[in-house]
Design a protein around this ligand. Structure first.
Ligand code: 13P
Ligand code: SF4
Length: 313
């Protein structure tokens, strides 16, 4: 149970001690707040985090990310405890694709296979043939025979990007990410005028109008690597700004400008990712709750398409 912020507690130190005590590993996504990234054992994109979860020897996996990511770790590790600091840390893509409606959608295309983006529930994974992430989707689609019909769910922006890249027609579930769908083309244009040397780096969950302006499109890890290795000095970052923490650490001296949303809100920050805090992370480890529980039959069905992804990556 969360008891409120204790100003006398050194959360980083306490979390480090609990990590040893529990034989735990902390896996964090780039969209987590900076303090959480700094106590993590591993920070990565969705594919890297699932690869780490698949190979860890730790007894407890503490997932600093959103629900579907922790769920994948549990699907891969049924015998381990998987903790998520806030069980309400969801994802608009996963929530926008309920399994019952997706099953009806799938029935309309009985000869198609289903490739689902990892940002979906275990129940949707169980209805899928192969899972993918933004870093391996193109590679996976290119391995499917040309005559085979494909349903791609749940992100239509990523789906359209992949259709353009591979030339493969796919049936798309009409979902989108609430964070990546709201970047303002006009404000990015204005930033480019103010910073003529700046490159635009975008996640493929962004709308097509934003991707058209991008100098580089890729997963969070791909965007980070590009920013570090590029000779350019200024970058406009069209993804969740949490990633800028690692960019500033790995490329000090370069300037990273978060792409602004359409309105004057802070809605380029993922409200789900930001539900996790240092305090909740500490409480979760101390009390060994909340944990991810999945019914075994569902876990087993969701495991097959994840294993196919890991083999095809
Ligand atoms: P990555 O796999 O690129 O880290 O993306 C995860 C995500 O949720 C993007 O919004
Ligand atoms: Fe989901 Fe979008 Fe948040 Fe990523 S940024 S976890 S896709 S809501």
């Amino acid at each position: 149970m969360t008891t409120g912020l204790d100003l006398d507690l050194d959360y980083a130190q306490e979390i480090g001690a609990l990590k040893k005590q529990l034989n735990a590993v902390i896996l964090a996504h780039y969209y987590q707040e900076s303090e959480i990234q700094d106590v993590a054992d591993f920070i990565g994109d969705s594919l890297q985090l699932s690869q780490q979860a698949a190979k860890t020897n730790a007894e407890v996996i503490v997932f600093a990310g959103v629900h579907f990511m922790a769920e994948v770790a549990k699907i891969l590790n049924p015998g381990k405890q998987v903790l998520l600091p806030d069980l309400k840390a969801g994802c608009s893509l996963a929530e926008g694709c309920p399994a019952d409606l997706f099953a009806l959608f799938k029935k309309k295309y009985p000869n198609h296979i289903v490739i689902s983006y990892i940002n979906c529930s275990a129940a949707v994974k169980a209805l899928s043939d192969i899972i993918c992430t933004s870093s391996n989707a193109e590679k996976i689609i290119r391995q499917i025979p040309a005559e085979q019909g494909i349903i791609f769910a749940p992100d239509q922006n990523l789906g359209r990007f992949l259709i353009r890249k591979t030339g493969r027609e796919m049936v798309l579930w009409p979902g989108s990410c609430q964070v990546h769908a709201i970047f303002s083309e006009k404000k990015i244009m204005q930033l480019k005028v103010q910073h003529p040397g700046a490159l635009v780096l975008a996640h493929p969950e962004c709308e097509e109008s934003i991707l058209k302006m991008a100098d580089h499109i890729g997963s969070t890890t791909s965007i980070l690597k590009f920013a570090v290795s590029s000779p350019a000095k200024e970058f406009i970052i069209a993804t969740e700004p949490g990633i800028i923490h690692q960019m500033e650490k790995e490329a000090p001296g370069k300037v990273f400008i978060p792409a602004p949303p359409d309105s004057n809100c802070a809605c380029n920050e993922c409200p789900h990712m930001k539900l996790n805090t240092m305090e909740k992370l500490y409480e979760a480890m101390k009390n060994r709750t909340p944990e991810i529980i999945i019914e075994e039959a569902l876990r087993f069905r969701a495991l097959q398409p994840i294993e196919r992804m890991l083999a095809m990556s």
